[in-house]
Design a protein around this ligand. Structure first.
Ligand SMILES: NC(=O)c1ccc[n+]([C@@H]2O[C@H](COP(=O)([O-])OP(=O)(O)OC[C@H]3O[C@@H](n4cnc5c(N)ncnc54)[C@H](OP(=O)(O)O)[C@@H]3O)[C@@H](O)[C@H]2O)c1
Length: 345
């Protein structure tokens, strides 16, 4: 670490160590969001950003002109170790599964946006992430609002998936408060913008396939279902849909609560759960919309209940921010003992 002697914007201390950070996968959708956030962050210095292609010429990212003036280099694990204290991995699962343990072994702290290290149960992990052979000691699941204590100490943070973040922020407070009727179905009907699939086009994400259309995918077989069940400790029915938006994610969640439970009672549960959470906004019966949260790190949650005990919770976020890079920076802030909102509001 290097030390600066004048306070950076948003900092109060006279001399704070500047943490050197790097982004691997910086040419991808989440990687570019990371560059945008980290280039303006008051307490870290972005020292390295990598693409995948080895030996290719330097590339530019036109969208980041005047925001970040660095250049992209091909991925080189040794350069990451040399030039960074903390590394963000915004790579495909297989690339991360191989790279992250080495970086942790080299003494770096790592925040991984892929799914490679999110699932704790080895058999479940082998089904969804077969390339992950071992999870390094000191790995934490980084759903920040519920995991601050373990994230603070972690060597490797497995940043949650976008659907799990949306769903678990809405469901965990109800489960923890015992508000979900035992044995009743939990149904998550979720919609994501196309950037959720990353930048490499496929038949499903091709403009002429998804423009003007909505489709379900991964029905009864999406790996984020396993991650949500891990976080909730119970079975869920999870159906993702692709909608013709570039970014944003909305989950409509159907649960059963005791008959007579009021909207105020659910509101109290949520207020208690998120009293110290800058990035969860509770909107109650007015119900949130994707437009309110795109380009922010907020997750907005609203709910309605009828007297029979049918409760519907709607949760929205930006898949590239609170669902990925924003939450990753939030986790970095916790790991470094900074204000959790630094560089994010
Ligand atoms: N998109 C989302 O909403 C979202 C949300 C949460 C989590 N995630 C996860 O975050 C990770 C990144 O997602 P993304 O959507 O940003 O992906 P993306 O747009 O496809 O970008 C992938 C990045 O990884 C690089 N890359 C590809 N193969 C590589 C390899 N073998 N070795 C090194 N670098 C390689 C690419 O470099 P080149 O440009 O050189 O090909 C690019 O920079 C994924 O694991 C994804 O599951 C994504």
């Amino acid at each position: 670490m290097h030390t600066i002697t004048s306070p950076a914007a948003g900092q109060t201390s006279a001399a704070r160590p500047v943490v050197r950070v790097a982004v691997a996968g910086a040419t991808g959708y989440t990687g570019q969001e990371l560059l945008r956030l980290l280039a303006r962050h008051p307490a870290v210095r972005l020292t390295l950003a990598t693409s995948s292609a080895s030996g290719s010429a330097a590339r530019r990212l036109p969208a980041l002109g005047r925001v970040w003036n660095g250049s992209l280099t091909p991925l080189d694990p040794n350069a990451l170790t040399r030039e960074a204290d903390l590394v963000f991995l915004a790579l495909p699962d297989a690339a991360t599964a191989e790279l992250a343990p080495k970086l942790v072994e080299d003494g770096l702290r790592v925040i991984d946006l892929s799914g490679a290290f999110r699932l704790r149960d080895a058999a479940v992990r082998a089904r969804w992430y077969p390339e992950t052979h071992a999870v390094p000691t000191g790995t934490a699941y980084g759903l920040t609002e519920f995991e601050r204590d373990v994230v603070r100490e972690a060597r490797l943070v497995a940043n949650p998936g976008c659907y799990p973040t949306t769903s678990l922020l809405a469901l965990k407070p109800l489960a923890a408060a015992g508000a979900l009727l035992p044995g009743a179905d939990v149904i998550i009907d979720a919609k994501s913008g196309v950037s959720g699939a990353g930048k490499t086009p496929s038949e499903r994400t091709h403009f002429s396939e998804c423009h003007g259309s909505v489709s379900a995918y991964g029905v009864l077989g999406h790996r984020h279902g396993a991650e949500i069940e891990q976080g909730l400790g119970g079975v869920v029915t999870f159906t993702p849909h692709m909608v013709p938006l570039d970014r944003g994610l909305l989950a409509t969640i159907y649960v059963r609560v005791a008959p007579g439970t009021t909207e105020e009672a659910l509101g109290d549960i949520y207020e208690r759960a998120f009293a110290n959470s800058a990035f969860v906004r509770l909107v109650g019966a007015s119900l949130p919309a994707i437009k309110q949260v795109v380009h922010t790190n907020f997750c907005d949650i609203g709910w309605r209940v009828d007297p029979s005990g049918r409760a519907i919770v709607v949760s929205v976020l930006d898949n590239l921010l609170k669902g990925a890079s924003g939450q990753a920076v939030q986790n970095m802030n916790v790991m470094l003992g900074l204000d959790e909102a630094a560089g994010l509001l």
